[in-house]
Write a protein that binds this ligand. Sequence first.
Ligand code: CA
Length: 243
Amino acid sequence: MGMELSVAGLTDVGLARKHNEDCYEINRDHNLYVVADGMGGHSHGEVASRIAVDSICDFIIAEGADCDGAFGARLEEAVRSAHEEVLRAIVRDASLQGMGTTVVGMQVCGKRAALAHVGDSRAYRWRDNQLGLLTQDHTWVHEQVLAGYLSEEQARHHPLKNVVTRALGSEKEVVVDLQQVDLASGDTYLICSDGLTSMLDDPEIADVLRQSSDLEEISRTLVSEANRLGGLDNVTVVLFAVS
Ligand code: CA
């Protein structure tokens, strides 16, 4: 028993970078949405984020998208296999050493969604005119916030704010955060790279969501706002709404 979903996605290189190392995929057949933000010199971030997105989609397609009790575990397994794929690419080509990628993926099954993430790409829920952050950044500054050493505001402007503590491809083992989300009619979900959230704070993102219910328009506005505020990074947004 599926819910009606509308979907939109957009990625943009921004104003400061030469390459777009973000990538995203929307797979409507499997209600699967993935955003990845690659890192590594010589545009190798592009390689890592593409491998991650492709291997997550391939894994889900190969395993089938049955809405059984295992669909969350399957998404987590897909992220793990993406991590293995990034590591294998580095073994095959030593010049790729140091590449890695964040990933955030959501898969809708009936009235629930699985949400898996690694790194500082985020997922938000827009419900009842309120924006809620569903993910915790795997960053050094966020760890300092949790420990009480930095405020959220200090973390936003900290020189080490881009240091991620988890990424696909960076360690032998990866720890994937997995959660189940209960969907309600009227919800809109946003998954995005940090190129959005480093330029717009949560109230600014909420303002954009409040002004329109057209997902294509929201995507374009979020990207253009990120660029208007500096466009210092690649920016990627994927939105889906439950009707
Ligand atoms: Ca980024």
